[in-house]
Design a binder for this molecule. Sequence first.
Ligand code: MN
Length: 742
Amino acid sequence: MPSVRERLSRLRQKPPVERPKKVELADIVARLEESDRAFDHDLLKRVYDFSADKHSDQKRRSGEPYLTHPLQVGYTLADLGFDATCVAAGLLHDVLEDTLATREDLQERFGSDIAELVDGVTKIGQHEYVRRDQAQAETFRKLILASVKDIRAILVKLADRWHNMSTLEYLAPEARRRIARETLEIYAPLARRLGMSRLQGDLEDMAFYHLYPHQFAELQTAVEGKVKAGRRLVEEVRTRLEERLAEAGVDADINFRVKRFYSIYNKLRRRGLDISQLYDYVAFRVLTENVRDCYAALGVAHQTWRPVPGRFKDYIAMPKPNLYQSLHTTLVGEKGHPFEVQIRTLEMDRIAEQGIAAHWSYKEANKEGASDPNIVWLRQLVEWQKEVKDPRAFMTALKVDLYPDEVYAFTPKGDVFSFPFGATPLDFAYRIHTDLGHHCSGGRVNGKLVPLKTPLENGDIVEILTSSNRQPSRDWLKFVATTRAKSKIRHWLNTEQKKRSTEIGRRSVERGLRRHKVSLKRFLTQPALAGYLSREGLSRVDDLFSAIGFGKVTVKQMLAKVLTDEQLGTEAEKPGKLRQAVSRILPFGGGAGITVKGHDDLLAYLAKCCAPVPGEDIIGYITRGRGVSVHSVNCPNVENLLYNPEREIEVDWAGKSDEVFPVVLRVETEDRPGILARLTEIIAKHGSNISQMETDTREARETGRASIEVVVEVSDRRHLDKIRASVREIPGVIAVDRPMRG
Ligand code: MN
């Protein structure tokens, strides 16, 4: 039998989306005219000339003139049905970032709408931030803020991303992966949230193609084979349905399409299935004139084939938050193979494909209190995030909010709210009112008392019980799935903690002062105090107490600087001594690899949850009494810690050392003999040790897959990357992850 590697090399993968044809201004004008809008031809021409002039001496990585890119972006926007202002912004979207043009230039020449849109999609200069991820996140927040004012900013960005994805092969592998991942995590879900399913599908498939080329090729080949082999069956289903609908007098058009690769891939993974077990790769679509015919068609379908229980969804009665409407059902075909049918009106179909483009209007978009739920959603998102200071926390929160709403739950009065999967009665309480959340003592779901952490299910009727002496606890963060609830709970905890730490700090200062026989009153009028506070960036004495309560500043260090020599007397200790003692107690992994910027004396250790290795971006947190814990910036725990930005501290890898760092790798493999041996051999070849190994084959019998966890010792990130790459090459290995424990 040929190895997976050999099989794969025989597969010829094609990009999932065809390279766009070259477009010119005339094509854009033609598209704009088609959508029948009276637009300013002259302005568009001037915009084009300006962009052409500014980009004239630039080239794309592909070697093509740079102008091909803004032209393509403008065309995509015109093609989606957006107006000339939006298209103009598309043509100009890179001039602020990549040429010497200024915002004032644009404002003067083309007006404030266009200038603001282009500014909204322009990156924030790297120099304003120390760290790349921070600059990226802030750029993203800027885009969202611009989009709240004018939703077209996000549309320009999506069109930009679409074209960049379709020419991604010209970038270096590292950049390719980074951009593809960002597309999958942010931009595709954003398109989905705006109901633009075609654009979403394109972005996902292109990202999938670049991120997991082997899996993509395998899936593509398999699906193409199935489509060819199953053509007759599919036609039979269609003909039969057509006949039955005609008999029943339902006027409908039936078509089918092969599902998107990435959505198939996800489904297989979610259910742990092999490609050979894939049957519903085709979706039938029944399009009718009116809603009545939708339900009639559903009845006919259910009489012709047996429906799969629990798979029927009525998005007509309960539209998705992005206005998507359709009936979904899964039926069992002749050979027991399931297939999906979506039933909707022609108008619903247009909205399903184009989303916001189908019901978008500029007037509506700019009205205060616009009712388009997409715009309302953006506005809420910004509202809820006001308290979040760090742009990276904003980014993480956004990712959560972009998850598709899955669960609909009702108040006893019948008001419906949608929630992400995994939401609990506590999320429900916070959705209704912050105070209801803060005092939530329990929930009654469908009349039965349930624990607060019980996940809600579709159709649940939820009643919230409150108690006036109930208050949020840190545990609650584990029970909630919505950003809103999380951010409200964190805000409460933070305020509360600040109060407490101020109190703790005040008491320790008093204790310290007693030793020197100085009263608090005296201390507060100490001449050196004001200077000390301003040097430390503290505006009030309470902030000093709170810093001490948090363990950021020690009483001794502070008093040494504020009290006079006389007051300090012989009690004074040489600061160096303590510091030296502290840096010698390093729990594990040593601080040898790490330095804390500006505080060589601080105790630092690597967090166990993410176990960062040298070369990775890291971030430090001041813990209470345990020094600085160092996390990878990608660690899921960082999100929680970020809520206390004042405890964040910059850390760096110190120069080279001989140390090795333990890293957990989870290797997903086909369950076949010899893999373990091969794995150990490869890892040894890279000069690394395996210090632990665990295999989980429980699911192997059903899925044919096994999961192996190994702890390998690496010297730095490069070493780790090399090992991961080689392990991925082992025939039978499906994926290599580095699990982080949240
Ligand atoms: Mn661009």
